[in-house]
Design a protein around this ligand. Structure first.
Ligand SMILES: *Cc1c(COP(=O)(O)O)cnc(C)c1O
Length: 369
């Protein structure tokens, strides 16, 4: 392993396979029939992961994941709608910020970063404010790795006749979500997370009826998913220049996803990665921020060592020199760092990362083992 090819233990961009990267060595024309087939095949395969072919359209969009979240809110929430944003971390806050910038009325409900939103909270909030039309939820809040109870919340939202918007960016493809059981207007994810593609495009599973009614909602030309979908349905092409290499890489990544055994296999590998990580770090005396019951096998937040010789920047650089890229913490109250469990990496890779962390902490004289 060389520094030129570090293992990214970060929640996107993440480590991809050589096969996925090789798929980017071909230049595609956006008018090329074969490229259009690639896009169509991609959308079909993505919809299959959530069993959404009957109920939802898959609308891909150029850009990072946030672009797709913003496009989903702007397109699917009518201008006179009101969004209840459920927050327990930075991505929930970002979603509220999107509503604010787009001028959509919204209210927020915030719990602590180690406290999932509950269905009972949502029930109470919906009863208290009948003007809420949509509820927006982060499935796995990547700023800590906490898992919010999606099925229970979706049930309450549906029972009240409200619409659900799910940011499943860091969970889609690894944690099961079935569109036949969970009612949602939009579920948003992206190429460069659990599907192990490269970053550069997001996609939104939009409920067919809701998308059909969304003409004219969007505040923006480029972020209009109704238009994007209508154009693609008519021509088979992306509305504006497609991220051709990203599409080709994601297509190749999906082939590998299915060869590996699809979602159950991906979840099993990430869960095993997470276990190996928690166990190894635990043996070094590093404690995880979240209790196991609410920890998603996506990314783990660790308390920083309580030692004046520990500095994240120094720690990060030393671990990087050994071939592993960690992620800074995102909490305001406590000092933490994060390690991703996702990407083209397995148990042996996680154990090697833990060994590198151990060596570094010894070098820094933070560990006396
Ligand atoms: C990665 C991520 C996003 C999108 O972030 P970008 O930096 O725009 O790709 C949104 N929500 C969650 C929960 C994420 O993990």
């Amino acid at each position: 392993m060389s520094i030129a090819e570090p293992i990214l233990l970060t929640p996107g961009p993440l480590t991809t396979s050589a096969r996925t990267r090789r798929a980017m060595l071909v230049d595609w024309g956006s008018w090329d029939e074969r490229f259009n087939q690639l896009t169509a095949s991609l959308c079909t395969q993505l919809l299959a992961i959530v069993n959404g072919a009957d109920s939802h359209h898959c609308v891909p969009l150029q850009g990072s994941g946030t672009f797709a979240v913003e496009a989903a809110i702007g397109t699917l929430v009518p201008r006179d709608g009101k969004v209840l944003v459920l927050i327990n971390g930075a991505y929930g806050k970002r979603l509220a910020k999107i509503c604010e910038v787009l001028g959509r009325d919204f209210s927020t409900f915030e719990t602590a970063e180690d406290e999932p939103t509950t269905a009972a909270d949502v029930e109470r909030l919906l009863l208290a404010d009948p003007s809420i039309s949509h509820v927006a939820l982060i499935h796995c809040e990547t700023s800590t790795g906490i898992l919010n109870p999606l099925p229970e919340i979706a049930q309450v939202v549906a029972r009240h006749g409200k619409r659900l918007i799910i940011d499943a960016m860091s969970s889609f493809g690894a944690l099961p979500i079935d569109a036949r059981e969970i009612a949602f207007d939009a579920l948003i994810a992206a190429s460069g997370k659990c599907l192990e593609g490269v970053p550069g495009m997001g996609f939104v599973f939009a409920r067919k009826e809701s998308l059909a009614q969304a003409a004219g909602n969007a505040h923006s030309l480029a972020m209009d998913l109704h238009d994007q979908h209508a154009y693609m349905a008519k021509t088979g092409q992306w509305r504006f220049t497609p991220p051709t290499h990203v599409v080709a890489a994601l297509h190749e990544a999906l082939l590998q996803y299915n060869e590996e055994g699809g979602l159950p296999a991906r979840l099993a590998r990430y869960s095993d990665n997470c276990q190996a990580l928690l166990q190894g770090m635990g043996e070094l005396g590093l404690r995880s921020f979240l209790p196991a019951a609410i920890q998603a096998p996506i990314i783990v937040t660790f308390h920083a060592p309580q030692d004046p010789r520990y500095q994240f920047k120094d720690f990060y650089e030393r671990v990087k020199a050994k071939g592993f890229i960690l992620y800074p913490g995102k909490l305001t109250q406590v000092e933490t760092f994060r390690v991703g469990c996702i990407g083209h990496v397995d148990r042996a890779g996680m154990q090697a990362a833990v060994a590198a962390v151990a060596q570094v902490l010894r070098e820094m004289e933070v560990l006396d083992i």
